[in-house]
Design a protein around this ligand. Structure first.
Ligand SMILES: [Zn+2]
Length: 233
């Protein structure tokens, strides 16, 4: 179980990952009063097969799609870091961006991709985002002598209680999203550039089936599965 927190932070590598991975939980928690914030790490500028699309135009389209999807779920703010799609690296700059977000939004729960999968298939940006987020949460956001320039800006250290990694090889935590499954799908539909050319059904049925399978493992109609790391209660 994970208690519904006052504040949660979602760190998403690309526009649409957050809705696919944790949109049901976000929608559910927002309805219960949680303030949810997004950090969108890359600009999504490589996600198109259209020969006429340019990276600049795609980045603009996908930024707006992400804002629309987040608004649908009731997310309070989206911070876009704007790194080029496919080029996220484990750098001091990226780590500092995430420490800054953690210290500013002061979440009890942070969502991000699970970077530690033995089998292959995760996008490199997902691995890097998961790894840098974990490091930013612990210990960099916690310890005041890391990034002293942030403390000078008035951002105090912050201790996150829980990280929920999405996309693990084995989930140990299933959260019931039965009441927000339809909302999750509505939010995914905002990412029109990613589902164009697919029928309404093809675009979203796989997501519904995936969440139904996760739900079966936990006795819910629909669920999202995570690997939980608890730093404190
Ligand atoms: Zn992605």
């Amino acid at each position: 179980m994970v208690e519904v927190p006052e504040r949660a932070l979602v760190v998403t590598p690309h526009p649409d990952d957050a809705e696919i991975a944790c949109g049901g939980t976000v929608g559910n928690w927002v309805r219960q009063g949680t303030q949810v914030y997004y950090v969108l790490c890359s600009d999504g500028s490589k996600g198109s097969d259209d020969p006429k699309m340019t990276p600049q135009r795609l980045a603009q389209i996908r930024h707006q799609e992400q804002l629309d999807a987040a608004a649908k779920l009731g997310v309070k703010e989206v911070v876009a870091l704007g790194y080029p799609d496919g080029e996220l690296e484990d750098t001091r700059e990226f780590r500092k961006d995430l420490v800054q977000a953690v210290r500013r939004f002061r979440p009890q729960v942070v969502f991000c991709p699970d970077p530690y999968r033995r089998s292959f298939y995760f996008h490199r940006d997902h691995r890097i985002t998961g790894q840098v987020t974990q490091d930013a949460v612990f210990p960099y956001a916690r310890d005041r002598l890391h990034f002293p320039e942030l403390e000078a800006e008035g951002l105090e250290p912050h201790k996150v209680a829980t990280v929920l990694f999405w996309g693990p090889e084995e989930s140990d935590t299933y959260l019931d999203i039965t009441d927000t499954m339809d909302l999750k799908i509505e939010a995914l539909r905002c990412h029109k550039s990613q589902i164009s050319g697919l029928s309404e059904e093809d675009a979203t049925n796989w997501l519904r089936n995936w969440c139904r399978e996760a739900g079966e493992k936990a006795g819910y109609e629909y669920a999202e599965g995570y690997r939980k790391v608890q730093f404190r209660t």
